[in-house]
Design a protein around this ligand. Sequence first.
Ligand code: HEC
Ligand code: HEC
Ligand code: HEC
Ligand code: HEC
Ligand code: HEC
Length: 413
Amino acid sequence: MNIPLKRISYISLLVLLLLTGSILFLRNKNYSFKNGKNENALVNDTVPLTKYWESPIPHQKVPKGLSSLSAKSCGACHQEIYNEWKESTHAIAYQDLQFQAELNKDHILTCLNCHTPLQNQLKYIITGFVNGDYKTPVKKKNPNFDKALQAESITCASCHVRDGKVIGAIGYPNTPHLTQKNPEFLKESLCISCHNVVDQVSPVLVCSFETGDEWKNNWASKEGKNCISCHMETKHRPLMPGFPERKGHFHAFPGSGIPKLFNRKTHRLESLNFIESTIPKTVKVNESLNYFITLQNENAGHSVPTGDPERFIFTTFTLLDNKGQVVVQEKHRIGEKWKWYPNAEKLEDNNLKPKEKRTYSFTNEIKNKGKYVLKVEVTKHRMNEENAKFNQILGKYPLSITVFEKKYTIEVL
Ligand code: HEC
Ligand code: HEC
Ligand code: HEC
Ligand code: HEC
Ligand code: HEC
């Protein structure tokens, strides 16, 4: 095959550039080597930002017609939406006790890019990593750092302000602020930009959220249900007092419903549907008592649990005698299993896929006559006690909620 002349000259130019580049690179390396100091080597070994989550959303100006970017200022008009958002986990993604514990331990500033996603919310601007290590970023002070906005975590402007304009899906004519209609932007891809990332941050630290991938190609996406249709229920109401009723969206972003703080109002969606067998009221000594419960991921358009790999679901059977003493207890776990040392690695994943069913049975041959109670419980957990202890948040951070609880009395004759 003939390679056109023009291409050849491009190729030779490229080869030449690469050669000079590598010579310069080698020379610099030698130079720092000779000096016996690391400073130059450090500069040379700086790895620039490459992955999208290593950078925040660029600095945003206040859109024309408004005096501030803060959620509070949006809330002066959009009161109901503001009150809902304040109850969302998004609104405290920075203050989150586990997040703060991890941030203070590892000092990985890039973590902030999803928890306080605007550059306006960041104390430092990061341009690269020394030796490619996230713990040693090349940073400078951000002259436009807004501490009050930082405290708002994933604030209205994270999803609604770009290039000095408020982004909306409709394009209403009478907004007091400069508005741009962009329904394509306010789609599930916005959610997925934060809710789907798999990356190794350090040998023992990984980001592993795959909610976006889990959602693709299942019944929900095929039926046109996306993150927004399930997590931002439709509400018909004026967008501010005195305005006409519009089709709007609930902004509290309900999730599994495990509260982030004791006594914090928490909104919840329930994915699970429970199907039980019948259970006899009486059995004979040494006759087997049988019961089963099926958990189905009926309502979530992704696995359950999803997101953070520390989450799990326990189905617990407890057989108690008439004094309340435990005769036998069985626990079944749904979730991921990881080993963290010396390298993070996923060992197991039996999360319930969309619409998947899992059945757990209880069988026991009771040896003595009397009254017994079979307690059946399903609990959703944010993390186990060991990890809570490790993060020094045990007792401060609610770890689980009960989503199913029944007690059956059985008489053994
Ligand atoms: C002074 C009152 C006021 C403030 C402050 C305000 N808005 Fe609005 N906003 C409105 C009004 C009025 C509408 C249009 C209502 C209508 O026509 O139903 C609107 C519409 C919107 C829409 C829908 C746009 C569309 O066309 O789809 C979005 C999104 C929005 N505002 C976000 C924000 C955000 C984010 C902030 C804060 C950064 C904010 N607003 C601050 C009054 C305000
Ligand atoms: C800028 C990044 C970002 C974007 C964009 C984003 N999220 Fe989140 N979301 C987060 C973070 C971070 C958390 C966890 C906060 C925490 O646990 O402290 C979270 C938590 C959640 C939760 C869990 C709530 C709970 O109580 O457990 C749900 C549900 C959720 N987001 C849905 C959505 C949906 C739907 C969208 C799109 C409309 C979206 N998110 C867009 C970063 C984002
Ligand atoms: C995690 C992203 C996210 C955050 C944070 C967020 N919104 Fe929204 N907002 C959306 C999405 C998505 C829509 C729906 C777009 C559509 O119509 O499909 C929306 C819609 C709106 C609308 C149009 C009416 C409606 O309800 O559909 C207004 C007004 C609005 N948001 C204001 C706010 C205000 C004010 C805040 C902060 C208090 C805020 N939003 C926080 C994602 C977000
Ligand atoms: C068909 C409805 C549906 C769709 C589509 C859907 N979700 Fe969910 N989502 C749920 C339900 C129900 C739960 C509650 C799960 C449970 O029982 O704990 C949930 C839970 C979550 C959680 C909470 C995790 C936790 O443990 O608190 C996050 C985060 C989340 N969804 C994000 C998303 C994102 C991002 C998308 C889009 C890619 C999405 N969801 C699409 C229904 C849906
Ligand atoms: C690409 C965006 C992104 C980055 C970068 C990111 N997070 Fe998150 N983080 C999320 C999302 C999304 C959630 C919510 C997941 C869910 O609820 O399913 C979350 C939740 C969390 C939670 C709460 C877990 C829970 O069970 O509620 C902690 C703690 C956390 N992140 C720590 C970190 C740390 C530490 C880093 C840096 C190593 C980091 N995050 C970087 C997106 C991100």
